[in-house]
Design a protein around this ligand. Structure first.
Ligand code: FES
Length: 606
């Protein structure tokens, strides 16, 4: 105990010296920020006292080769690492964890790398969305149950970002997010390939029999050229960008390609900064406020971002005790210009975006639409972080006078088919389909759709509305990215490339098409989508924000009386827990018992 206190004093001195020398990462520069006493560090409860349990903690640390000088009186920084061999988007995160550690040591902290559940979008079935809340729970409980004063979160693949942040917001310890970064541009015979978007595009051509197997294999080997996340403005890049807008990453971090040497330097700087954040007691709920989320919503539209952001932002805000209604997205969509000319809604890829100035440059242009006073992990405001950002390619990042789209990239629809709302990414659809009335072709499940969609006898025309149900949060379950229903092969061969599709599923952020998504309430729980019959007339009117089936109320009442719920898939295990607690799409799909800001007790140490 005595030896511990002496070490504490000397290490605190060392920390201050580091700050004075300017070697620490950027932080508050104006008024001196009150610094914590080392004894008030959360980890002191584990390492500090002169008792039986602390003896165990210190002796086992010694057993791993750590002297008291390594940790005593220092912020203990958890590096929550979602690296795994099965997750190609995070393939470099083992190495990056070492870069975080270097930064933590440099700033006078004690790093502990802790592996966490990996959500590998390409390999995990039925869908990573089934496990977002599980990773959020795991993150919260890892931080709660171990001697942690602050954390660096390593992730990037789609659901990983909201999951890690949801857990960190709930636990409310100082946290900084290190985005994995987008992979390099794809390349095939000199042609640039974009993740997801070009897969969909060329698969459509293959199904239309315009591409042979050899070409398909060449594309397969050219589209993913490095570690990192999808390099279109899909869900991964949308969510890492929004994380930066919310204030949880260093300025510019989300745009750096995964294998660019600027990436490990940013990671190292994040490791240094988190130590300072612990001393400053700068916590997630000290950073987040309602206008932080408004900034993030505006950024979704300026980026031409993924529809998945709607669900994730609602859920993340819920963890901070902030309620976001679906209509707020529509409100921002109608007044926010799309400035990033990035696929799937634009022309370029994330690598181009980085060279053009990246997110800080885009936010600099978007400034009149943002609340620049919001705080960030740097200890400075968003406005201070982006004050000197510049655009280096004005075709990739457009000005307010020359946007890719003036407004309206996304619309929230309502009507008797979606009383609680549905979402369409209008910017990714053929314009002629945005006001459309036609007969429904209905599939009750993904399997049924797969079996029937290419049947030459399917009664379908280019005008038909394809409907998929039982693909929502409970119905699939997990709300997979099935919403971009494949088009019937017989229509593809005639040149049809887009049709109105409606489902309670999600859609990959890299996909495109006139796809109405997130229909709520979902069909599995008896939402009106469950009542549609083959041949019913469906009316989509995006300008009027309407989605209706033209069926009388009496007939709908008869159908409702006859409707019977389907059996759930899980009798036990995580699947059963999921079915019991998952909320609907318009509510963010969090578990009901994880929402809100009720205090979490610190663990007892006995
Ligand atoms: Fe991981 Fe797209 S598959 S980001």
């Amino acid at each position: 105990m005595f030896r511990f206190l002496r070490l504490t004093a000397s290490h605190r001195g060392g920390q201050n010296a580091l700050s004075r020398s300017g070697a620490a990462a950027p932080g508050r520069t104006k008024n001196p920020v009150p610094r914590k006493d080392p004894k008030s560090l959360r980890s002191y409860r584990w390492y500090g006292p002169d008792d039986l349990r602390s003896f165990g903690h210190r002796s086992r640390a010694a057993g791993m080769g750590c002297a008291q000088a390594d940790y005593a009186g220092k912020p203990v920084i958890a590096i929550i690492n979602t690296w795994a061999d099965v997750n190609p988007c995070h393939a470099h995160l083992r190495e990056r964890a070492e870069h975080v550690k270097r930064g933590v040591w440099q700033a006078g902290g004690f790093p502990l790398e802790i592996p966490a559940f990996t959500l590998g979008e390409t390999f995990q079935k039925p869908t990573t969305m089934m496990y977002r809340n599980l990773l959020a729970m795991e993150t919260e409980e890892l931080l709660r149950s171990y001697p942690v004063d602050g954390c660096v979160l390593l992730g990037g693949c789609d659901k990983t970002t909201p999951a890690l942040l949801m857990g960190a917001i709930s636990m409310n310890l100082p946290a900084i997010y290190v985005p994995a970064g987008p992979m390099l541009r794809g390349n095939w015979h000199g042609e640039v390939l974009g993740s997801g978007s070009d897969v969909t595009k060329y698969w459509t051509e293959r199904r239309a029999e315009n591409i042979d197997l050899q070409t398909w294999t060449e594309i397969e080997n050219g589209i993913a050229r490095s570690a990192g996340t999808c390099m279109t403005m899909g869900t991964a890049s949308t969510m890492t960008s929004l994380t930066e807008v919310l204030g949880f990453s260093l300025p510019g971090a989300s745009s750096i390609p995964a294998v660019d040497s600027n990436h490990p330097r940013m990671v190292n700087q994040s490791g240094r900064r988190i130590v300072e954040m612990v001393w400053e007691d700068l916590k997630p709920r000290g950073i987040l406020r309602e206008s932080s989320f408004n900034n993030a919503i505006a950024a979704v539209f300026a980026l031409g971002g993924s529809t998945n952001a709607v669900i994730h932002l609602i859920a993340m805000a819920g963890r901070a005790g902030i309620k976001i209604m679906l209509n707020r997205f529509d409100e921002f969509s109608s007044k926010t210009p799309m400035l990033a000319n990035i696929r799937p809604s634009g022309k370029y890829l994330m690598e181009d975006f980085y060279y053009a100035g990246g997110l800080p440059a885009l936010l600099h242009v978007l400034a009149p639409h943002l609340d620049l006073t919001c705080l960030t992990v740097t200890g400075k405001t968003l406005g201070e972080n982006i004050a000197t950002a510049k655009i280096y390619n004005s075709d990739v990042i457009r000005g307010l006078d020359n946007p890719v789209l003036a407004s309206g990239g996304l619309a929230i629809l309502r009507g008797n088919l979606a009383p609680d709302g549905a979402v369409i990414k209008a910017s990714a659809a053929e314009a002629r389909l945005l006001k459309h009335r036609a007969r429904a072709v209905v599939f009750d499940s993904f399997d049924e759709m797969s079996a029937r969609i290419d049947d030459p006898a399917l009664d379908v025309t280019a005008d038909s509305v394809l409907i998929l149900r039982n693909a929502g949060p409970k119905g699939a379950p997990g709300m997979p990215e099935w919403g971009n229903l494949p088009l019937p092969q017989k229509l593809l061969k005639t040149g049809v490339r887009d049709m109105v599709r409606i489902s309670d599923a999600r859609m990959s952020g890299t996909s495109y098409g006139a796809c109405v998504l997130h229909v709520s309430p979902e069909s599995f729980v008896g939402g009106p989508l469950a009542l549609v019959k083959e041949g019913d007339l469906i009316e989509l009117d995006v300008p009027a924000r309407k989605l209706n089936m033209l069926v009388s109320d009496d007939e709908l009442a008869r159908r409702r009386a006859a409707w019977r719920p389907r059996e759930g898939m899980y009798a036990r295990g995580y699947g059963k827990l999921f079915m019991q607690h998952i909320k609907q799409a318009h509510e963010g799909c969090d578990f009901d018992f994880l929402e809100g800001t009720a205090p979490i007790p610190e663990p007892e140490i006995h």
